[in-house]
Design a protein around this ligand. Structure first.
Ligand SMILES: Nc1nc2c(ncn2[C@@H]2O[C@H](COP(=O)(O)OP(=O)(O)OP(=O)(O)O)[C@@H](O)[C@H]2O)c(=O)[nH]1
Ligand SMILES: [Mg+2]
Length: 201
């Protein structure tokens, strides 16, 4: 698939505010600062459509984007991307952290047109218990998922396969479910678009 157009639609905290999208939706989840908003910008080929920051906790609401793409027959198709707030951000109050967790879990459990979740993890870190819990929840809810292993530019290219193998073991997923990606270098993007394509068509 080739993305041709995209727009930010709205932000929400609760189901009544969700975008009433008729299209298949893909959500991007993961810890704060892992690169969710950056990956959405890179996939959409837009610099600042999703707000990015070096300070964790930038995205605090559920953000809906509408996307137009061309499929392999050059036919128009539409889908929706969702940028979720990051979890595990230490510098907010316990109450605020609990509210974010509830916001994310409610979205994942209640969104009827959710076709899949891309869970993002940093290539430099070992599997985090919070990510393992998210993954478990996705598995239990039968929500299709894959793991984007972000910031792959931060390690030597030659080391990527062994890190992917190690993360597959830690997360107990198939190697094929892990996608090394760099929004900075724009590598690994096509594999993620293919995953999106296969989920929605
Ligand atoms: N080197 C490198 N840095 C990246 C990459 N992707 C994102 N970053 C940086 O990581 C920081 C966080 O990126 P965001 O996209 O805002 O992360 P996020 O997951 O949306 O964070 P929250 O909204 O706080 O949950 C920014 O400083 C980005 O420039 C990447 O592929 N490589
Ligand atoms: Mg963000």
């Amino acid at each position: 698939m080739r993305i041709v157009e995209s727009k930010f639609v709205k932000s929400a905290t609760k189901p009544a505010q969700y975008h009433p999208s008729p299209y298949a939706e893909i959500a991007f989840a993961g810890k704060s600062n892992v690169g969710k908003s950056s990956l959405i910008n890179t996939l959409l080929g837009r610099k600042g459509i999703a707000k990015v920051s070096g300070t964790p906790g930038k995205t605090r609401l559920i953000n809906f984007f509408e996307v137009r793409f061309k499929d392999k027959n050059n036919e128009n198709g539409f889908l929706s991307f969702v940028d979720l707030p990051g979890y595990g951000y230490a510098k907010v109050s316990k109450t605020e952290r609990a509210a974010w967790k509830k916001m994310i879990m409610t979205y994942l459990e209640s969104r009827l047109n959710l076709n899949g979740v891309m869970l993002l993890v940093d290539i430099r870190h070992k599997a985090d218990p919070k990510d393992i819990l998210t993954l478990q929840m996705l598995k239990e809810s039968n929500i299709p998922y894959a793991i984007a292993v972000t910031k792959s530019d931060k390690i030597a290219k030659s080391k990527i396969p062994s890190v992917i193998k190690k993360l597959a073991l830690e997360f107990q997923v198939k190697k094929e479910d892990l996608f090394p990606v760099s929004s900075l270098k724009k590598t690994g993007i096509d594999a993620i678009l293919n995953w999106v394509n296969d989920l929605i068509l």
